[in-house]
Unconditional design. Structure first.
Length: 227
């Protein structure tokens, strides 16, 4: 959960989010190195140490051709690796279907019979003390920790987007189309997200709450809900 005036990422609660944060730091360091090099060259030009003869040198032309190519490769390789990791869903332990509506979510646990519910934002007037305004819902998504959860995302009316930053997932919900993503919750906790695609007047009022719990607790909850 983000804190007030927090400008950094939320704490990573899944392996893929940890990968994304590491790539962010890697890309930031590359950008910092490029800016430092450009400032250094500008300083040389302003002080007259970089002469016209230096600019016309064949060696310099070779360097400013090869160096950008190496920088692009250094960015592309880890980026492609993360893209493949995010798209790969092998033998999930649990499949969850999220259907976007104006302006709530419907969840179906396809591995269980009769385990379907709607999730609406809890009105401010009904919000218990200590809960988050505009982020709490009446029915949370419950998932087991250390398990691969596949989320199939679609919509019933207009474009929506199912996003939970701490888990590193964001997938568009498109009417007539099934998109999928997956995540592994590393530890128990409650993770908040919101619809991340403008979908109408109440776009800001369809939050997502995922509660990760140990497997034994999840089994008890699923048995109770599907009975």
């Amino acid at each position: 959960m983000a804190n007030h005036m927090q400008f950094s990422f939320q704490d990573a609660s899944s392996p893929i989010m940890e990968e994304l944060m590491q790539f962010h730091d890697h890309a930031l360091m590359v950008a910092l190195a490029i800016c430092s090099l450009v400032l250094y060259l500008l300083t040389l030009m302003l002080t007259g140490k970089l002469t016209a003869n230096t600019v016309d040198a064949q060696a310099i032309e070779l360097v400013w051709t090869i160096l950008p190519a190496m920088v692009l490769i250094a960015l592309a390789l880890p980026s492609l690796r993360i893209l493949y990791l995010m798209d790969e869903v092998n033998e999930p332990d649990l499949t969850l279907k999220a259907i976007g509506h104006q302006w709530y979510w419907t969840y179906e646990y396809t591995d269980f019979k009769n385990l379907t519910f709607d999730s609406y934002m809890t009105p401010t007037t009904d919000l218990p003390m200590g809960h988050f305004r505009l982020l709490e819902v009446d029915h949370r998504v419950i998932v087991p920790t250390e398990s691969t959860v596949r989320v199939i995302v679609t919509a019933n009316d207009v474009l929506h987007s199912w996003a939970v930053p701490s888990l590193g997932v964001k997938t568009d919900a498109i009417p007539g189309r099934l998109n999928q993503t997956s995540f592994v919750a590393s530890r128990p906790g409650v993770y908040y997200g919101q619809c991340s695609e403008i979908c109408g007047a109440n776009h800001s009022f369809m939050p997502i709450v995922v509660e990760a719990t140990p497997l034994a607790n999840f089994e008890n909850w699923s048995s109770l809900m599907s009975s």
